[in-house]
Design a protein around this ligand. Structure first.
Ligand code: DGI
Ligand code: FE
Ligand code: FE
Length: 343
């Protein structure tokens, strides 16, 4: 899709207008404009936020029954608990529609549509913006905590997300409605950030979003100080991981899906001592080859260490966090698991 232009925005706005009722379309515009303002404050591309806002409810024109059968038809994954809470399925199918029907290729926008109803742990800034704008846009008038949420949206985004999740869970619980696991996990994640702040504990949750907000900064060709190809470096990393007995090593080729990197390598350690040792070994092995990392995050707490080697991002999790963050799910669309021997 390339850079988002005003023309793209206008074209998509008209397409969405045709699909939606007048009332739903006014809500859509409210979300788009609110998201744009929030983007200004958070250094997110405002056109990207506007586009995500315009598309967040693009699948809302279908009934629950239609959405369930369309998800089946098109192979869009919906979990068992989501089938029992069909109000959330328009987000899952919306992601698919945005990609297939509206030609959106930006993973961050697609993720923002996918997560706009339930949220999820570790959202990118854009995802948090869409999740929040959906709740606070000017035409919303039902929630008791709108005043609080509207202020927090512009003062403390993580706290705002927590507030919204907390209040949604309370509201659904009060109605006796089931709560999907995505909502619960998101609530735990942002609750954790909230608690650590309240207790004054320095955060142990690595705050790197799964998709960095601005993913277009990386110029292909701006590589590392080595003659090795990216595939050869992946092999070296794999060796360094195996050396320290990392388990469940996945190599995902995301080059077709994202400009963030070409490969994600995900591995687990039994505990944080092992994850730290694994990260040290990767750093040392690549260092010997003249390859320096661009950034390493999460080393202190070591429950999720993210090593950014530009074209290759290495995630090292302890057992519990590997399951909790379920990073592979984010890249489930068209992800290609690579066998190291084929590289
Ligand atoms: O599509 P919108 O109306 O703009 O808003 P939305 O995408 O946030 O959808 C809101 C609906 O989704 C609302 O009826 C509550 C419901 N919802 C959100 N999280 C959950 C949920 N419903 C169930 N049962 N469980 C959830 O975890
Ligand atoms: Fe929605
Ligand atoms: Fe909405």
């Amino acid at each position: 899709m390339g850079t988002i232009t005003i023309d793209t925005i206008k074209e998509i706005r008209e397409k969405v207008r045709e699909k939606q009722t007048q009332k739903r379309f006014e809500h859509t515009l409210g979300v788009a404009y609110t998201a744009t303002c929030m983007a200004f404050l958070n250094d997110v591309d405002p056109l990207k936020a506007e586009l995500a806002g315009l598309l967040h409810d693009c699948a809302k024109c279908y009934t629950d029954k239609e959405l369930i059968s369309m998800c089946r038809r098109d192979g869009v994954y919906v979990s068992e608990d989501e089938l029992a809470s069909p109000a959330v399925i328009h987000a899952r199918y919306g992601r698919y529609m945005a990609e297939k029907e509206f030609g959106i290729t930006d993973i961050d926008i697609l993720n923002a549509i996918d997560s706009h109803t339930t949220g999820r742990p570790c959202m990118s800034t854009l995802e948090k913006i869409i999740f929040t704008a959906d709740y606070i846009e000017p035409l919303r008038d039902k929630a008791d905590d709108l005043g609080i949420a509207r202020k927090l949206a512009f003062t403390d985004l993580d706290e705002c997300v927590y507030e919204i999740l907390h209040s949604t869970i309370g509201y659904l619980g009060g109605k006796g409605a089931p709560i999907v696991s995505g909502t619960i996990r998101a609530h735990e994640f942002y609750g954790d950030i909230h608690d650590k702040r309240v207790k004054g504990v320095k955060g142990t949750v690595p705050l790197t979003p799964l998709t960095p907000p601005d993913t277009n900064y990386r110029k292909k060709g701006d590589r590392m100080n080595t003659e090795l190809t990216t595939a050869e470096i992946v092999k070296e990393i794999y060796k360094a991981l195996e050396d320290k007995k990392a388990s469940d090593i996945s190599i995902i080729d995301i080059s077709e899906l994202s400009v963030v990197a070409d490969y994600f390598i995900i591995a687990s350690g039994e505990n944080t001592r092992q994850t730290a040792a694994i990260a040290d070994n990767v750093e040392e092995a690549l260092g010997k080859l003249g390859i320096d990392y661009k950034q390493i995050e999460g080393r202190d707490s070591a429950n999720w260490i993210l090593m950014d080697y530009r074209d290759i991002i290495v995630h090292i999790f302890d057992k519990e966090n590997r399951l909790f963050y379920d990073i592979e799910r984010i890249w489930k669309d068209g992800r290609k698991i690579v066998d190291v021997s084929e590289l």
